[in-house]
Design a protein around this ligand. Structure first.
Ligand code: SAM
Length: 246
């Protein structure tokens, strides 16, 4: 008879792994984030496929040029449409994509509900920009979604692509060893997570709350709920006001 663990594993093997393709001019920047810890294990177990593509491989001239001066003048180079279009055409000839996403400071603000939604998709592309950004026609004609990781400007889209990928992958079935862990994290259920403690129970006179040592499951659950609400009220009160429409 199948144990529960084996049944889960069998189910996980039956569903097709999510695929994330990242297009960048600096693939070496993305070597670290996906090759350690939970994301590496998820890839090794076949729960997600993450492929990084060097945009220069799709350049049309010998210099592997992917950027040029802005029409009309002004500071900063602009990423050309042609290599991006060629790379996307190559990827789209192999599979259908649910979203082709450009990381951009003026995109839709990334948050947990968006991570939840993206984690239900099968195939997505993340396009990392550089310099002044991409030729506007890429945004008008080739992209289906634009995401910002916050109201500040970074030098390139690789770190935002890594942030988005990490937030998505940890939600995929089988990635976290305890499936319920992601559900009790901040922003799920519009609440921040309650405080957590581990051994020793007392350090330099600083005590762990008695209730957590009591072994009384119901009281611990109530305490955590009350702490989560209190923390949310203090730090992100808008989460309690908002109608949850996700
Ligand atoms: N000229 C652009 C502007 O003012 O909005 C900024 C370009 S930025 C220097 C270069 C690239 O970094 C962008 O094309 C984008 O891919 C990425 N990037 C920078 N900040 C980002 C953010 N907050 N969220 C997502 N991507 C960002």
């Amino acid at each position: 008879m199948l144990t529960f663990r084996k049944a889960c594993w069998t189910f996980t093997c039956m569903i097709k792994a999510m695929r994330i393709d990242i297009i960048t001019i600096l693939p070496q920047l993305l070597e670290g984030p996906f090759n350690h810890s939970i994301l590496k294990r998820a890839r090794d177990k076949g729960l997600v496929e993450i492929e990084v593509h060097n945009l220069r491989d799709y350049a049309t001239n010998k210099q592997k040029q992917v950027d040029d001066y802005a029409f009309g003048g002004g500071a900063g180079m602009v990423m050309m449409i042609e290599p991006i279009d060629r790379c996307l055409q190559h990827l789209q000839s192999q599979r259908q994509y649910d979203e082709i996403i450009y990381l951009s400071p003026d995109g839709e603000r990334f948050d947990q509900p968006m991570a939840n939604r993206l984690s239900t998709l099968q195939n997505i592309v993340l396009l990392a920009g550089h310099y002044k950004g991409v030729d506007e026609r890429v945004r008008q004609h080739l992209i289906t979604k634009e995401i910002s990781i916050g109201d500040y400007v970074l030098t390139g889209g690789e770190l935002p692509a890594a942030v988005v990928t990490d937030a998505i992958v940890r939600l995929l079935p089988g990635v976290l060893s305890d499936e319920t862990s992601a559900l009790t994290d901040s922003f799920q259920d519009d609440l921040l997570a309650p405080p957590v403690y581990t051994r020793p129970a007392e350090y330099k006179g600083w005590q762990v709350p008695d209730v957590l040592l009591s072994g009384h499951t119901q009281k611990i659950t109530e305490w955590r709920q009350q702490q989560a609400e209190e923390r949310t009220r203090q730090r992100r009160p808008h989460l309690l006001d908002d109608e949850n429409d996700n």
